[in-house]
Design a protein around this ligand. Structure first.
Ligand code: CMC
Length: 423
């Protein structure tokens, strides 16, 4: 039997019955009862803002799939570029499609010289790389005439290629500027992660990359590529819904990602581990969190009420990386924190488990990235997810410009008070 929900407006006695599909019922039911009646839902806790066929997330059971494919299989068997294709096109590419995709992305990696010489060079010497990255995304759009042709599928595809291909270049450029090193141009003979790492670290002509680190970077890119309607992706959709160009929309999404409750958490985790300093201080730190003095960063999630499946993969990847780089001394503190928290009723009752950011920062740090780069590393692959959602949004006939309503709680109308009468 079809599932339905019946809503009664007790003010009028009117009722409406609508179907429940996939655990969701349409808000138009409320509108049909009274167009001036709204649902109050701060932070969209109970609101599905769109239909999406991109990423499936089951927070109670710790399941994450891109286009139906389990994240564990993709992390083990796929590459980031293949995953980006999958997110954007809905299907895994054939060998020929992958070869074209690979060629097209790697041949869009260069950026206009003015971006580096005029734009990036204008930042203060100690500018945060994520602030530079956000601004650079918006600036990039000004270099392309077609950026605003969002209704032209061919132009849309070209902007998507550019954004995916150029984000590693921009990221590395922001880093090199921040440490005063000359910019390394992209090397189109390298894989996507190897090219990024080479632009980051190459000094002179020398750069030898350990394949374990290349694979780890790619796995981290895969794990961060999409995560359905999170804060950044919602920002992408909201801004994109006004028909803004994808560069401006991606800059908005990256700004959302920058916050410490979102993509900035990986940076906050390492700072927190440094502050804790030793495993002996872990119990006291956990107590301070329980007393309300700050949060255990890298723990908890709006949707996952179980171990974040990405955290499981990242923890394994961390051990692979430490084989090459040597163990990050903060690992022991992280392991102890996890052990103590997972046995503590405060965290158990609230279903707080390690999320994607708990261990990723340890890998980044072991690979040599400064903490300021961590959120940038998140933003590079997430660009593919943002663009997949942007594309889905533009082809969804049920979508319009995003425009929520409010519950006005301010003063009633009152007369202007002259300055002389104000107290
Ligand atoms: N440490 C301590 N207590 C916590 C934590 C935490 N990390 N997370 C949630 N809580 C408590 C919170 O105080 C509240 O307790 P009470 O019911 O007594 O008031 C309860 O758990 C529910 O928390 P909430 O803030 O209502 O949950 P939320 O769904 O709004 O927040 C979150 C989700 C991710 C923002 C939050 O868990 C958090 O701040 N975590 C730390 C930051 C972090 O690691 N963020 C990365 C998230 S994953 C990657 C990404 O999204 O970018």
């Amino acid at each position: 039997m079809a599932e339905t929900i019946t809503i009664t407006d007790d003010r009028t006695g009117q009722t409406v019955t609508v179907p429940i599909e996939g655990g969701v019922f349409p808000a138009s039911a409320i509108r049909s009862l009274d167009p001036s009646l709204f649902v109050y839902d701060p932070a969209y806790m109970q609101t599905a803002s769109c239909k999406s066929a991109i990423t499936y997330l089951d927070g109670d059971n710790g399941i994450l799939r891109y286009r139906g494919y389990p994240i564990e299989q993709l992390a083990e068997k796929s590459t980031f570029l293949e995953v980006a294709y999958l997110l954007l096109h809905g299907e895994l590419p054939t060998a020929e499609q992958l070869s074209v995709w690979h060629h097209d992305v790697t041949h869009h990696t260069f950026i206009h010289e003015n971006m580096r010489k005029r734009f990036v060079d204008g930042f203060h010497y100690d500018a945060h790389p994520m602030g530079m990255f956000v601004s650079a995304l918006a600036a990039l759009g000004t270099f392309y005439d077609g950026a605003k042709d969002i209704d032209d599928p061919e132009s849309r595809h070209r902007q998507i290629l550019r954004l995916i291909a150029k984000t590693p270049t921009i990221a590395a450029m922001c880093y090199r500027f921040s440490v005063g090193l000359p910019f390394n141009y992209p090397n189109n003979d390298l894989s996507f992660p190897a090219n990024f790492l080479s632009m980051m670290w190459k000094v002179g002509d020398e750069y030898v990359l350990d394949p374990v680190l290349e694979k780890a970077m790619d796995v981290l890119f895969i794990l961060h590529a999409d995560h359905e309607q999170n804060c950044g992706t919602t920002a992408m959709r909201v801004v994109g819904s006004s028909n803004a160009d994808p560069y401006s929309s991606a800059a908005a999404a990256a700004s959302a990602l920058y916050g410490p409750l979102h993509g900035g958490a990986n940076e906050a985790v390492v700072r927190m581990l440094n502050d804790i300093g030793s495993i002996d201080n872990v119990p006291a730190f956990i107590q301070s969190v329980k007393d309300g003095q700050g949060r255990l960063m890298g723990f908890g999630h709006r949707v996952y009420k179980n171990y974040d499946p990405r955290a499981t993969i990242i923890k394994q990847t961390a051990y692979d990386v430490f084989e090459v780089t040597g163990k990050n001394p903060l690992l022991d503190i992280a392991l102890k924190l996890e052990e103590v928290a997972l046995q503590d009723p405060y965290f158990i009752d609230r279903k707080l488990y390690p999320n994607v950011d708990f261990y990723s920062g340890l890998i980044y740090q072991a690979m040599g990235f400064p903490v300021e780069m961590f959120t940038v590393l998140f933003a590079i692959p997430r660009t593919a997810g943002w663009l997949a959602h942007w594309q889905e949004l533009l082809s969804d006939n049920e979508q319009k410009i995003s425009r929520p309503r409010q519950w006005y709680v301010g003063p009633e109308t009152r007369d202007y008070v002259p300055m002389s009468s104000r107290v």
